[in-house]
Structures are given as C-alpha cells and as structure tokens.
Design a protein around this ligand. Structure first.
Ligand code: ZN
Length: 245
C-alpha cells in the first residue's frame, strides 16, 4: 500500500501554537503512525513544485490523505483535475477536517460542502453509527475528544454512501463526522477531527480510524470497466434475420 499524505503546511509556518503541537507538521504526525504499519508513506505539501503531486507520485499512490485550510484557493486547478482523475481510476482519498472546503473535495462532491463552526475548546463525542464498518474496527462505541473545534449541521454534502460517525458537541450541535462516498472506482472517506491547534492526530482512536480508513480506501483487484461500442457476446437472433434479408 503506497500512501501519500498531502498537507497545506501553512499554519505550521505561521503560528507557533501549531508548530508546537506538530513540530514535524501535520503531515509529519500522520506519516509517523501510518509508517508503523503500512510501509511506503510519502508526504507532499502546497509549496513544493506541482504541490508535490506529480503524475509520477499520484500514479504510484494507492491512498491520498488531504489536510488543507487557509490556502485552498492556491491549489492549482490542473492538480485538482489530476487528483480527481486518479480517484475516478481507483485511488482512495481520505479528506481530513478543514479539507471539507478543498477544491478536490468540493469537485468530487458537487456541492458547496460548507458547515457551521466555532472554536471554543468543546468536548466532542464521535458516535459509531455503522458498527459493522471496517473503519470502526478496534474502537469502542464512541470516541471522546476533550477539546475540539465544533463543526455543525447542516453540512452541505450529498447523502453519503455510508455514515460511519455522528459527532455530538458540548454546545449542542451534531455533525456527520465520518462519511464514505464512491466516485468512479475510487473510495472517499471524510473524517472531521483534526483542528491544527489540538493534538488530535496523536489520539489512539483517531489514529486507528485513519489506519482503518487507509486499508478500506485502498484499491482492490476489481475489474476495470470497459466503455464504448461493444460486440455482442452471444448471437443476437434479430440481427441474423436482418442480415439474411
Ligand atoms: Zn479547524
């Protein structure tokens, strides 16, 4: 399984409160626990040429993770199309936290993807609502985060294929915080937690969910669809009659 972790990596440069929590960047923290299990893990960031997402890198990526927030608009449209094409061809995509407003997520969803938010150090409880789902393997009936940013409904996404987590927040809102989608042959998982000033990605259960999601989203050996004009597999009787005439 080849994983590429894409991170905007801007908060880490600008805000000491963030670089204190994530000295190696959010991508570095994600890479650390994903490397433990899965082998080939690359990172890519916005300020690299082609945002680190060259044809070569993407063609060699089974699952792409995406964290972005303040610079969604700086992601080149050509690169977004390149990622979209790979997802449709079967690359898995895991969109984290504020990636909900990334160009790639909005392109794949076809909706605005906006939501309510508030930064007030609130408790979040992510309830598992699809207990048989492979993404929930190894966790309890909920994950509790002592402090998180609030994301609230309405979340402007199309109805998910599967709703895996619903979050409750101390201030009263709820949110569809873990949702799966299929686009072409590609599997997509949106996972809400991960505000840059909190140590979310060091949380054991959060790491478990992301590891599970990588396994779930990875391409499987499934048949490639064939499109266009097609010769019949059987003799079509009506056609025989026409040809005889
Ligand atoms: Zn945030």
């Amino acid at each position: 399984m080849n994983i590429t972790i894409w991170n905007e990596n801007r908060h880490e440069q600008k805000n000491p409160a963030v670089s204190e929590v994530y000295p190696k960047g959010i991508h570095g923290a994600l890479a650390e626990f994903l490397t433990e299990e899965t082998g080939v893990v690359r990172t890519a960031t916005l300020d690299e040429p082609e945002h680190g997402l060259t044809e070569e890198v993407l063609n060699d990526t089974d699952v792409l993770l995406w964290w972005g927030h303040i610079a969604h608009d700086e992601v080149e449209d050509d690169i977004v199309r390149r990622v979209q094409k790979r997802v449709l061809d079967g690359m898995g995509l895991i969109v984290l936290h504020s990636g909900h407003l990334s160009k790639i997520f909005r392109t794949l969803m076809g909706t605005g993807c906006d939501l309510k938010w508030r930064e007030a150090d609130e408790r979040e409880r992510l309830w598992v609502v699809e207990p048989g789902h492979p993404i929930t393997e190894g966790i309890g009936e909920y994950i509790e985060m002592p402090k998180e940013e609030m994301y609230g409904e309405h979340f402007d996404i199309p109805a998910p294929d599967e709703l895996v987590f619903i979050s409750w927040f101390e201030g009263g809102e709820v949110f569809r915080s873990g949702a799966t989608f299929t686009r072409g042959r590609g599997k997509i998982f949106y996972f809400r937690p991960g505000h840059e000033t909190y140590p979310t990605y060091y949380h054991q259960d959060i790491q478990t969910v992301i590891k599970n999601a990588v396994q779930w989203a990875g391409p499987k050996n499934t048949p490639a669809p064939v499109y266009g004009n097609a010769k019949p597999l059987e003799t079509i009787s009506s056609k025989d009659v026409e040809e005889e005439n």
